[in-house]
Design a protein around this ligand. Structure first.
Ligand code: FE
Ligand code: FE
Ligand code: ZN
Length: 303
């Protein structure tokens, strides 16, 4: 099955090359404080061709004032420069399945508002942490997340929502592929996919260091690789299966550079946006992007 998907991706890659798409899009998390177009310029200056940003204050709930001219300028620049899909990130505080009914309703409103704002950047991704069930159990948590998503996702919305794979810290939902699959099935919309975070899955007990093929095969069996739309590239400060979620710079943690070399060259991951969320300022991100691009050049650079 995996082999088959790989072969399909190789063909898809050959086709996308003809359409002028790239085999890899690399970027990092950027500050949105100066607006969308400014982020495109910053990304370009560090060698990125995608990026992530928080749709609002990551720990609070305030959203920026909307600026349609800025968004339109960004959309034009992204197209002109051949950027891949952007991967916006919902606020960490948005817990769609908390036990507190008021906080839960507020989170659902935040999701709705975020998705509506993403209409200014059509065709891009909106990624978020599914949530923590705070003791109510996975089933109840999934039910709440599903309800919020169904309310917020109108058919035809020009945005794909991505559930992030989590480290399984505390009562987090999304630490197992099965939970994400259950959520995808419950929502039942093709507008929902998955963003795989390398630090989170390794912390969560998926051994991408020694068996990347095996983990991607399991992802394919449980969820389907066609639902994998983006990656977060992070090394981890903690050992395998630690359920901690502390990001480290690329090559300096328990994943190591070899794991990232395998990832950027893996045929099943061809053409996906890959976002760095490592503890870095811009120069550090620029260095990591350069390193990853050079690793991708050595082997398996497909046709
Ligand atoms: Fe995240
Ligand atoms: Fe992440
Ligand atoms: Zn994390």
């Amino acid at each position: 099955m995996l082999i088959c998907i790989f072969a399909e991706n190789v063909i898809a890659l050959a086709e996308s090359k003809m359409e002028g798409m790239k085999s890899m899009y690399l970027g990092c998390h950027l500050s949105a404080s100066a607006g969308y177009a400014a982020m495109v310029e910053t990304a370009t200056s560090i060698g990125a061709d995608t990026f992530a940003f928080f749709t609002r204050n990551p720990r609070g709930s305030r959203a920026r004032q909307e600026n349609p001219q800025d968004a339109a300028r960004a959309v034009a620049l992204l197209k002109e420069r051949g950027f891949g899909p952007l991967v916006a990130h919902g606020a960490y505080t948005m817990n769609l399945c908390t036990a507190d009914p008021e906080a839960r309703a507020f989170a659902a409103d935040v999701l709705l508002d975020d998705l509506r704002r993403m209409e200014a950047l059509p065709g891009n991704f909106y990624n978020f942490h599914p949530g923590s069930h705070t003791g109510q159990g996975v089933e109840q948590g999934i039910e709440y997340i599903c309800a919020a998503l169904r309310r917020a996702l109108e058919p035809g919305y020009p945005v794909t929502v991505l559930l992030e794979t989590m480290a399984g810290k505390g009562s987090e939902i999304g630490g197992r592929f099965e939970e994400l699959k259950q959520l995808l099935d419950a929502v039942g919309s093709s507008q929902v996919g998955v963003c795989l975070d390398t630090c989170h899955v390794y912390d969560g007990g998926y051994d991408i260091v020694n068996d990347l093929d095996g983990v991607l095969g399991e992802f394919d069996r449980v969820i389907g690789l066609n639902r994998l739309k983006a990656l977060h590239l992070n090394d981890s400060k903690n050992p395998f299966n630690s359920h901690k979620d502390r990001h480290e710079c690329i090559g300096q943690g328990s994943l190591g550079l070899g794991t990232f070399e395998a990832i950027v060259n893996h045929p099943a991951l061809t053409g996906l946006p890959m976002i760095l969320e490592t503890p870095n300022e811009l120069p550090g991100y620029a260095r990591e992007i350069k390193t990853l691009r050079s690793l991708a050049g050595f082997r398996n650079r497909l046709p």
